[in-house]
Structures are given as structure tokens and as C-alpha cells.
Design a protein. Sequence first.
Lengths: 119, 109
Amino acid sequence: GAVVSQHPSRVICKSGTSVKIECRSLDFQATTMFWYRQFPKQSLMLMATSNEGSKATYEQGVEKDKFLINHASLTLSTLTVTSAHPEDSSFYICSAPSGTSIGAYNEQFFGPGTRLTVL
Amino acid sequence: RKEVEQDPGPFNVPEGATVAFNCTYSNSASQSFFWYRQDCRKEPKLLMSVYSSGNEDGRFTAQLNRASQYISLLIRDSKLSDSATYLCVVMGNTDKLIFGTGTRLQVFP
């Protein structure tokens, strides 16, 4: 099946630094990718929709200047957490629709996630 | 009110037991419904889609009641490997997925 990779899988950084997370679709092209964040014992929350060749669409309450998204190619989207603070520590997961339909649903595949810890 | 609500559990059941999870959603315009499974510190993986007619995949049965905006998942003959968090997921007319907080299942020997 379709595979989505993320890099790095884990990152620990100091407060105030910026962290870049990459999401790649390995065997399919994705014009759209989604970025989620999951805090402990909470649900995955959609942060933004990454669109190849155009600006990302951010969900309400997500600061676009803090979470920079770039979708430079059909197989790569990056999320940069700028000036990270301890409250940004979370599990960040991307997903991409595979183009394979299940009924009316365009099946999505998730990356393995990136665990960010900001000290 | 959350868009997708689930009982967080945990549900602790012995091997071989039957266990049922419920989920309610608030947006009546939602079009697609799913159960995902998430293991600790891993990404979610699609378990099954949910249809109004109900659908079954081996030991797993999912049901959707659109009138009540209610989704269920039944697991029969629980295995130790079924221990995980089960996420109820709803989608509107875009590809955006709305996740519930998940119901944690622990199957013990």
C-alpha cells in the first residue's frame, strides 16, 4: 500500500529554536497533505492543509506564522515550528490522500509521526 | 460540544470477551465514518469504514445510525493484540478527518 514517511521521528530542542519536520509520500503523488498535532491522551487535531504550489490552509486557532508549511513538490511537505516553546511539545503527524477511493472517501495514509520535545 | 465524542475508557476485558465502543458526532452533514486503531506512540491506522447498512470484517463489526448520529464498533473474541486505542473518525465533504479522543482497550490474559 501507499507509504508516507516523516523525518525526524524524534527531536529534542531548546526553547526558541526552530524545528523542521518533513513529510514524504514515497510511492504516490499528493497535491494535498494534512498536518495534525496530538497531545497526550487527546485526539489528533488538524492544524493545516498543505497544498502543492499554493498557500497552506490553517485551522482556526493555529498561528500560520508560527507553523510554517511548505509544499514544494508533489511528494514533500514540510512543517517548521518557529521559535519553539515547551507548550509546542507534541506528536506531529502528517497524512496524504492516496488517490485510492473507498466509496466516496479518498483513503488517507499517515506518516509515523514526529515526537517534538522542547526544553 | 466536541464534534466527535467517545468514552475514553479504559475498557479492561479478558481474552475472548466481546466489547463494544460507541461514538457520537455533532455535524449532521458528515458524510464518511471510520474506525481507526492507534497503538501507543504510533500513527493511526484505518481499521474499517462504517456504512449505514453495517459492515463486518472478521471479528469486527461497525454500525452507523445517521438519525441518531451514532457509530459503534463491536469486537468479538478479543485477542491480546487488540489492545490499543480505537479512534472514531468523521469526514465532511472534504478530505478533512475529525478524530474523537479515542477509546482505550486493554485485553488481559
